[in-house]
Design a binder for this molecule. Structure first.
Ligand SMILES: [Zn+2]
Length: 119
């Protein structure tokens, strides 16, 4: 099953899951269907209710997804249902490709030299 969702809505779900205090705000932006699903999953003890697809598997239950689900999910950004645990699935790469948000990672400063030097 596919639930239409924008990148912003999926991010709102993730911020709900991370519990960073934006929960109330985020809920306002979510379609009732998504919220309904969210609450049902929380009630069942499935946490987090929205997870990324990792290499064709659900990162919630770590079971292999049907090829069809995986193929669809990698082509269009939406929320898909894991047939095993019923969590809401999305493709992280598509979320990152969203042009509204820059995905520039802050450059990490290397303060310590890598402990690879053998003497
Ligand atoms: Zn699952």
């Amino acid at each position: 099953m596919k639930i239409e969702a924008t990148a912003d809505q999926i991010r709102a779900l993730l911020s709900l899951a991370s519990g960073d205090g934006e929960g109330e705000v985020a809920q306002c932006a979510l379609p009732p269907l998504v919220l309904e699903r969210w609450r049902a999953l929380v009630a069942e003890g499935r946490w987090p209710p929205a997870v990324a697809i990792e290499r064709g598997t659900c990162s919630g239950c770590h079971l292999r997804l049907p090829t069809m689900v995986e193929a669809k999910a990698t082509h269009s950004l939406a929320l898909y249902t894991c047939p095993h645990c019923r969590r809401m699935l999305f493709t992280r790469e598509l979320l990152q490709q969203d042009p509204k948000r820059e995905t520039v990672r802050p450059s990490r400063r290397r303060r310590r030299p890598a402990p690879e030097s053998r003497s």
